[in-house]
Each structure stands twice: as C-alpha cells, then as structure tokens.
Design a protein around this ligand. Structure first.
Ligand code: GLN
Length: 453
C-alpha cells in the first residue's frame, strides 16, 4: 500500500521510468529471513532505494533516458547496484534522468521532464529538480524513496541535490566502479549516493564503493568506515574559501548562504582561510570540451546492431541503418554533444581545443593541490542560482551549461565533493553548499557537511 501511494506521488513528478516493487519486496523478505536465522544484516538491510536509470540492472529495462536504448534489458548487473543488493537494499524502480546524463534540468529525457516537488512560494509553476540525476533528487526530496543512486560527471549529483534540499556526494574518482554504468565521459563519471542527510550518504556510499577489477580505473583501496568516522567537531581543521568562486552572475542569496556556511563551520571549531584557485574560470569551457569529446567516442557503440532501437528503412544498407537509428534514437542535446566532441577531436582542431582543454584540466588539478596545502576542505556554493521553472532555460544551452560552473572544477580534478542543504531563499526554495575535499578524504567532506546540515 505504501508503495502504491508512493508510486502515485511519483507519477506526478515523473520520477520513475519503470517501477520494480517486487525487487524491493524480495529484498525485504530476504532480510526478514536472515534476521530470523540470526544472520548478520548488511548496511542497507531492507532499504528500498531508487536506481538512476544509468545503471545496468539485470532483466530490468535500462535506458539512460534515451529512445536509442528503449527496451534494452541488460543480462548483467552493474557493480554498484550489485554491491547495494549485497548490502541488503532493494530497488523501487529506475529513475528518470537527463538523456545519457547530459543536462542540468532533467529536460533532455526521452521520457519527459521530471518536476521538483518544490514550488516557489505563492506560485504553482513546475520547477526543475536539477540534472542529470533529477529523478533521484525529486524522489528523495518528495520522500518517495529514502535514498537513490546518482552519477556525477560534472555536477549531476550535487546540483540536483542543491535544487531539492537533499544531500549528495560524489566520491573521489575511482571509488565506485563504473562497470555497468552507461558511459558518458569515462575520465569524469563517478557514482554516488543521494539521500536526506549526511549520515545516510555515508552509509550508502560505504555500500556502493569498493575496488572492482572489471573497471580499469577503480581505486584499489579499502573502503573506510565513513559512518563510524562521522564527527562534526572541526577543531583544528582549516576550511578554504576560494576567492575565484565569487563570480559575476551569482545571486546575492547564494553569497549570503556562503557567508552563513562559514559561520556554521567556525561555530564547529574550524578556522576559515582564504585560498586561491586561479584557473577556475577556465574549468567550465575545458569541461565542455573534454566531456563531449569522450561522449562522442562512448556513444559510437549505439549503432542499431547491439542495443535497443534499430531503424531499418526499406532497402537500406548498413550505413543507412546506422544513420537512421542514431537520427531517431538520440535527443537534441546528445546530438549537440556528439557534434562538439567530434569537432574538437578532429584533425586540425584537436590541438587547438582538446589538447588545450587537457592542459587546463591539469592546471585546475594543480590549483587544488596548492590550495590543499593551506586547508583541509574547501567551502563553496553548489550552484550560482536556486532552481528555476521548467522551460525557462531549455532552449538556451549556454545558460544551462553555466549552472555547472561551481561543480566542474572538482570533477576535472577527480576530487570528492558534496552538496548539503544550507537554507531556503526568499521564495522558499532550497539552496545548497558545496564541500570539496582532498583526494580520498571523503571523511573530511562528510564531517564538514555534518557541521552544516
Ligand atoms: N550538467 C553537466 C552536463 O550536462 C553535468 C552532467 C553530469 O554530471 N552527468 O554535462
């Protein structure tokens, strides 16, 4: 009954692409049986979670919210989802997202927009839940699921978490296996949890993370006991405030929330210090070269032969079939990324764009290494604005890309970063604050987050 009530709520938000109540129920039954038999229970025992529809789930349609994968039922389970089932979790369903995780508003899904459960006070316009993990943020924020998986290539866990008043952490690149996660930009893609608070994120991340020989970039390091290590006492810790994040176009309410965040961390015992990340302004343009370049290569596999959709016009040859399938199967934003990606990788432009972007990426990384000589964790806004009404920005890709301006530097550097709810603005909409940590120091990020939430 609870499930059906939740599904009705979810239908209004369009958060799920498919629902899988039996999966959640059988996990709960297994937990009951284990408990009765006196067996130890996993970290996520009986917790019904939402699964972003970017994770391959055995026998359950996996679409990346694209027409080109409609009907695709993988014969294998992603490592991250398998880790969650092994820890006792069950799946409520596959959550809607921006198509191939490309977007910041959840408006590029083939299966329709997701709307946020939040409204501007006094209005009823449907608001964006953020993207690309917009089904995840909407479902957790509306309390339809206690937690959900997300993925973050350039902010897709943090920005939707900020827009909907929940927590989400992108761990250090390599912590969570990418095996069985539909690839967007492989050198940036990271899975992570989205949940109501920092503690739930710590618990779920422990269950998701771990070395996986099937992912060549998986970190061969033990998973720390993050939950046990949670501690909001920040005495002796230094929090860096990057001066380059004070950018034009950032709402004054965002700057106010940043000031309050400093106060909260100071109250928890931390010392606030100024730091500099001089190449910040080049991070966004570099990201929008590197990510589409990798995407254009990763998406070459959708050819009408191996997965999902096949368009075979009468009398068509192989090339026609490729072209017809890709023309019909990919959405506009995905095509835009493929065009950008193939352009920046093409002979003659490669050095001017792709190589330059890679150099910028190295400089952005170096900025963080230098800054972390002076502080333990960095505090910044997650987004330059609060959530916006659906439709307001959907035909302006550049304005949409600007949403990611505070999120992409940590992505380029592969660092752990989390968004925690900070406050609501004058319209009653949530604002998030971002914590960025040293590589492998998810604990420092979680602890600073705990002091803020
Ligand atoms: N909004 C960014 C993009 O569209 C980030 C997406 C993501 O992190 N998956 O590329």
């Amino acid at each position: 009954e609870a499930f059906n009530a939740a599904v009705a709520g979810a239908a209004e938000l369009n958060a799920f692409i498919v629902t899988t109540p039996d999966h959640a129920l059988s996990a709960a039954e297994r937990v009951d049986a284990d408990r009765a038999a006196g067996k130890p229970l996993g970290k996520m025992a009986g917790v019904p979670i939402g699964m972003k529809d970017l994770f391959a789930t055995k026998g359950v349609q996996t679409t990346a919210a694209s027409h080109i994968l409609e009907g695709f039922e993988p014969e294998y389970e992603s490592t991250v989802s398998q880790n969650l089932w092994n820890a006792g979790a069950g799946m409520l369903g596959k959550l809607n997202l921006d198509q191939f995780a490309m977007g910041s508003s959840n408006e590029t899904s083939y299966f329709g927009n997701v709307s946020s459960p939040w409204r501007k006070e006094g209005t009823n316009a449907a608001m964006s839940p953020g993207g690309s993990s917009g089904g995840s943020s909407a479902a957790v924020s509306a309390r339809i699921a206690p937690a959900a998986t997300g993925t973050d290539t350039g902010g897709s866990i943090r920005q939707p978490a900020a827009f909907t008043g929940i927590c989400g952490i992108k761990p250090t690149y390599g912590r969570c296996s990418r095996w069985g996660v539909v690839a967007f930009a492989s050198s940036l893609d990271q899975a992570g949890p989205m949940a109501r608070d920092v503690t739930d994120c710590a618990i779920m991340l422990e269950a998701m993370a771990g070395f996986d020989p099937k992912d060549a970039t998986s970190l061969d390091m033990p998973v720390p006991a993050w939950e046990a290590g949670l501690d909001a006492d920040l005495r002796g810790k230094k929090v860096g405030i990057p001066r380059e994040y004070r950018m034009d176009g950032t709402d004054s309410e965002i700057l106010d929330s940043w000031e309050r965040g400093k106060e909260w961390l100071r109250d928890a015992g931390a010392e606030i210090v100024d730091v500099s990340l001089p190449h910040t302004k080049y991070a966004l343009p570099a990201y929008y070269i590197v990510a589409p370049a990798e995407a254009s290569s990763n998406l070459a596999r959708y050819d009408g032969v191996r997965y999902g959709l096949r368009e075979l016009p009468d009398g068509a040859g192989l090339q026609d079939m490729y072209a017809a399938t890709r023309a019909a199967g990919f959405g506009d934003e995905v095509k835009r990324r493929i065009l950008i990606g193939t352009y920046v990788l093409s002979a003659g432009f490669y050095d001017a764009y792709y190589n330059q972007a890679q150099k910028v990426r190295a400089l952005v990384s170096r900025d963080f290494s230098e800054a972390f000589k002076q502080c333990d964790v960095i505090l910044a806004p997650t987004t330059p604005t609060a959530s916006f009404p659906l439709g307001e920005m959907s035909d302006d890709p550049l304005a949409m890309y600007l949403n990611d301006v505070f999120a992409v530097p940590a992505s380029l550097a592969g660092l752990p970063a989390m968004s925690v709810p900070a406050m609501t603005n004058k319209d009653g909409l949530p604002l998030g604050l971002q914590l960025v940590g040293k590589a492998f120091d998810e604990q420092g990020v979680l602890n600073a987050g705990l002091a803020i939430e």
